[in-house]
Design a protein around this ligand. Structure first.
Ligand SMILES: Nc1ncnc2c1ncn2[C@@H]1O[C@H](COP(=O)(O)OP(=O)(O)OP(=O)(O)O)[C@@H](O)[C@H]1O
Length: 595
């Protein structure tokens, strides 16, 4: 990834690493030679000056190389994280359905993948080169030590080994700990965001629940901190225990060299080289261990990134899916059984239902009857566990999901309010029309959104968000506006209208937030729009569904009744009961006397 993202930078990183490996070694030998020359007094001035210049160059390089290395590594990190992020989001785009986004374990994995996927390439390159650099420097100093005394060299190596193995074990534990604390960190993030969320602020303040949430955030943080502290303490103990033998070996070696020098065996240059070499070997070993551990841990965490990027599709799509043909006969649910997971109850239990081409079908029913689930299956956000959804007789699992969705226009019950401009909020319905202001305005007009959008401070370019802050043309800060619930709903409808002539229009509670006048107006427009087209309307306002060609009543995930409004009323079943309850509130005797 690093090579793909930043070829030249990676190359320079290798060069800089080799340089920084050589510099301490050259400096130590240069110092020894200069000291020996000065001590014996036999060398010429020219040689001493040359060695001095070499030492000065070393000093210059050791001042500059770390800065340059840091810059190059950061640049690799920046470029590689762009590539990693793009690959990650491409991978999540491959998830055709919603199941993965409702799986907490997978969400934890995505979070870790997001956190580590971007930085891992640069850190791994850095760690790998760090290990190579430390090995080169360490080997150089080790050879230098060997020239002085074999046993000291061996003792230093043996004393350093335990720390390497201990650190690798600790690194595995640390990665496991990061995975373990994932759920608590996500909960902390969620509660923390709720505390700052403008939508939640109203309720939380009214109910006086902010302190409760603050305590929840604190509780999660304390749990996370406790886990981290436990790991840190374990690391501290292991590091102290493994550092002791290394320090003892160094001390013993130094004592031996000093005693030898005092006894006339070896000069001041040897002492200087010994001190530099021991520091060099141990520094290299510590550096190597740190880099190995960092690399090891990154690789373990990178496993989450690879798991997300390499995750198989959540819904099976054939290798060469068929493009759905324009709808001619209709969409049929044939004995569809569906539950959100094996741990959940059935949401649909043997549903049989047909949306006939060119006809308006209305689906009504109590809360939780399965109406929105039906819509999600129709758009292939999930697959049925048993039975099938057929598009003109073809199982939608054989069709290209994107092609299927391109044939559908929809307003979902839980439609989105995007923190973007009004034009973008509508334009997302059909990206081809994003830059086409005439089409966007037309869709807004049909949804009854135009007057309120046109009256906004910057019309269609007004930011519908109080989250972002933008600098206006006059230099003043502009933090956007808030729309009312009904205005947002009209924008969602405009988004659906922008999609224009689709084979199937799905409207899941399209007018629940509208005032009576607007609702009447919208439904009049919808009636016109739906005439002669295939549509599915879900609504609790039974007055809005009475002119549908067919009304289906769902109850407990299956069809309880079906027929026209008049037929169902005559039957006196669930529909008639629900309609009667609603109508009760509108009986003339309940209306105030006109003055
Ligand atoms: N994402 C989900 N995960 C688990 N269960 C779900 C999920 N969505 C819905 N359910 C469950 O499936 C059942 C059907 O829900 P659905 O949203 O389809 O009902 P509905 O008829 O649209 O209700 P309403 O009139 O309240 O909108 C309910 O019992 C609900 O709790």
């Amino acid at each position: 990834m690093a090579w793909t993202a930043a070829r030249w930078h990676t190359f320079f990183f290798v060069v800089l690493s080799a340089t920084s490996a050589a510099v301490p070694l050259v400096a130590a030998w240069g110092t020894k030679l200069v000291l020996d020359d000065l001590d014996t007094g036999g060398a010429g001035v020219r040689r001493v000056v040359l060695l001095g210049v070499a030492l000065a160059v070393c000093a210059l390089l050791s001042a500059l190389v770390p800065q340059a290395t840091q810059y190059v590594r950061d640049e690799i990190g920046r470029r590689a994280s762009l590539v990693a992020q793009d690959r990650l989001f491409r991978a999540t785009e491959r998830f055709v359905g919603l199941a993965r986004f409702e799986n907490p374990e997978f969400l934890d994995r995505i979070r870790l993948a997001q956190q580590h996927g971007g930085i891992t390439p640069a850190l791994l390159v850095s760690a790998t080169l760090g290990v190579v650099r430390a090995t080169l420097t360490g080997a150089g100093f080790l050879v230098s030590l060997l020239t002085i005394n074999v046993w000291t060299a061996l003792a230093v190596v043996v004393a350093t080994a335990p720390s390497l193995f201990a650190e690798l074990g600790l690194s595995r534990r640390r990665a496991a700990m990061l995975w373990r604390i994932g759920p608590a960190e996500r909960r902390e993030l969620f509660f923390g965001e709720l505390l700052l969320n403008v939508q939640a602020a109203k309720e939380l303040r009214l109910f006086g629940a902010t302190a409760h949430l603050r305590r929840l955030v604190g509780g999660q943080r304390r749990a996370v901190n406790a886990e981290r502290s436990r790991t840190d303490r374990r690391e501290l103990v292991a590091q102290v225990l493994t550092a002791v033998p290394a320090a003892l070996a160094t001390g013993a070696g130094l004592l031996w060299v000093l005693v030898s020098a005092a006894g006339g065996k070896g000069g001041i240059g040897d002492v200087s080289l010994f001190v530099a070499a021991v520091a060099g070997v141990q520094g290299a070993a510590t550096g190597m261990i740190a880099e190995l551990v960092a690399g090891h841990q990154q690789m373990l965490l990178f496993g989450h990134y690879l798991a997300v990027v390499g995750a198989p599709p959540d819904l099976t799509v054939p290798p060469a899916p068929r493009a759905p043909a324009p709808l001619r006969r209709g969409v049929e649910f044939r004995d569809v059984w569906f539950r959100y997971s094996p741990g959940h109850d059935w949401a649909l239990r043997g549903l049989d239902l047909t949306i006939t081409c060119g006809r308006a079908l209305a689906v009504v029913g109590r809360n939780g009857a399965g109406k929105s689930t039906l819509v999600k299956l129709l758009c292939r956000m999930y697959d049925p566990e048993r039975g099938a959804v057929l598009w003109d007789g073809v199982d939608i699992r054989e069709l290209d999901p994107a092609g299927l969705r391109a044939r559908i226009g929809a307003v979902f019950q839980d439609y989105m309010q995007y923190d973007m401009t009004a034009a973008e909020n509508i334009g997302l319905g059909d990206l081809d029309a994003m830059g086409d202001r005439a089409r966007i305005e037309d869709a807004a007009r049909r949804a009854g959104a135009h007057p309120s959008v046109a009256a906004l401070p910057r019309g269609y370019d007004t930011l519908l968000s109080r989250i972002f802050w933008e600098q206006g043309e006059d230099g003043a800060g502009d933090s956007g506006v808030h729309l009312s619930g009904g205005q947002w709903q009209r924008l969602a409808l405009a988004r659906a209208y922008l999609r224009g002539e689709r084979d199937l229009l799905i409207l899941d509670e399209p007018s629940s937030g509208l005032d009576a006048e607007a609702e009447h107006e919208i439904h009049r427009g919808l009636r016109e729009h739906r005439r002669g087209r295939t549509s599915l309307l879900i609504s609790h306002r039974l007055g809005a569904v009475r002119d549908a060609d067919e009304v289906v009543v769902l109850n407990g995930g299956r069809v309880a009744e079906r027929g026209t409004h008049d037929g169902l009323m005559a039957r006196g079943g669930l529909y008639a009961h629900l309609f009667g309850l609603q109508a009760e509130g509108y009986r003339p005797e309940r209306l105030p006397e006109p003055r």
